[in-house]
Design a protein around this ligand. Structure first.
Ligand SMILES: [Zn+2]
Length: 381
């Protein structure tokens, strides 16, 4: 097994940060974008193409992997890296977000969440301890604590109660990981001895609750800190202001991860507010729906205007799709329902996202991030 988790801050440009973290499966440069590999695969993408697009870390969804094929089966295959054949870093979520999304198929108590599988209706119990055990079997490099994900909008009282429960659950998650690190348990295979754990700051859009949550989560002590419960329908300005306030309250010595965001503009705007890590289904999901992100804004490949357009999706893009295929061909594949359409579009969108992160990192290094940000916002209008 490689080295344990370590974050190094290399440079700053205003609140924007350039850094890197080391995991048992290698190094990740930050700010970083993590493609979402829900079921142990980034949809419509080969690992080979992920590497070519510049992905250094991917995200796996604990809820999906727990239900199918099961965390114990994956542990018997040597853990998630070995099972899916990806030997670079992996972050897993806690499964909480999907469970909370089940609405009428789940019941939340102080102990945890009772829920019914969306696959076969089977009943399961997800506690903070269980979420950590499942991620220990998966053996991701970064595990997330189980938190309560509140729907937007929520009252201050509801957000406060939920945030305080998330803090109690975070403490239980940390205690469980500490136990697993020191004491072998017969029913929990630890697939990655160097697994790090991130806490999650909650509190909705309420500045006082975010502050309380950040302080309490930092007091428990994690290798990194995430901002949860954002990008759930709140106005964009509120999200940016919560990100700015919360990031500035987190220790400079640990990575900061904004969960589930966002658009290319969100990445740039939140790096500008001190965020180091992102994940989002937008580039992959939109690709399968024919929406492509480019250096000149968004493009919908279904549009009739591309029927005889021989130019690439984005002349500024280095990806395989842009080097080999025209908009006219991609439009044809999409309308014909060819699976290749999803694959080629996904490769382009991921390359665009990952190249954007690369350009962000270069700008921070050169001290020109603010100019980059202004130009980026202007060109994507
Ligand atoms: Zn491209």
């Amino acid at each position: 097994m490689g080295r344990p988790f370590r974050f190094t801050l290399r440079a700053t440009d205003g609140p924007a940060r350039l850094g890197e973290f080391e995991t048992p499966h290698g190094l990740v440069n930050t700010p970083a974008f993590m493609p979402v590999g829900t079921q142990g695969a980034v949809k419509a993408t080969l690992h080979r193409d992920l590497i070519a697009s510049g992905a250094e870390i991917i995200l796996g969804n604990t809820y999906h992997l727990f239900l199918r094929p099961g965390d114990e089966l994956i542990a018997r295959r040597g853990g998630l890296h070995s099972f899916i054949g990806w030997n670079r870093p992996i972050l897993t979520d806690s499964g909480g977000f999907q469970v909370f999304s089940l609405a009428d198929r789940r019941v939340i108590t102080e102990d945890g969440a009772e829920f019914q599988s969306h696959l076969d209706g089977s009943r399961h119990h997800l506690t903070p301890e269980r979420a950590i055990d499942i991620q220990a079997r998966l053996g991701s490099d970064i595990a997330m604590v189980l938190d309560e994900c509140l729907a937007f909008p929520a009252t201050h009282d509801a957000a406060a109660e939920s945030m305080q429960r998330s803090v109690r659950w975070a403490a239980r998650c940390r205690a469980r990981l500490t136990l697993l690190r020191t004491t072998p348990l017969p029913d929990v295979t630890v697939s990655n001895q160097g697994q790090a754990q991130f806490g999650i700051v909650q509190g909705g859009v309420f500045a006082d609750l975010r502050r309380e949550s950040a302080d309490a989560t930092v007091a428990i002590g994690f290798e990194g800190y995430a901002l949860g419960g954002l990008s759930v329908g709140e106005p964009i300005d509120e999200m940016y202001s919560v990100v700015q306030e919360t990031a500035s309250r987190l220790p400079a010595t640990a990575p900061r991860y904004l969960m589930g965001a966002g658009t290319p503009e969100d990445l740039v705007e939140c790096v500008a507010r001190g965020i180091d890590m992102f994940d989002c289904v937008l580039p992959t999901r939109n690709a399968r729906n024919g929406q492509l992100f480019t250096s000149l804004g968004r493009l919908n490949i279904k549009n009739a205007r591309y029927a005889e357009d021989d130019s690439p999706v984005d002349p500024a893009c280095r990806c395989y799709t842009c080097r080999h295929h025209s908009r006219a061909y991609l439009r044809h594949l999409y309308l014909a329902g060819e699976m290749t359409a999803g694959a080629l579009n996904t490769l382009h969108n991921l390359t665009f996202y990952l190249d954007t992160m690369q350009r962000i990192r270069e700008a921070i290094k050169l001290g020109t991030f603010d100019r980059f940000r202004q130009e980026f916002v202007r060109s994507s209008d």
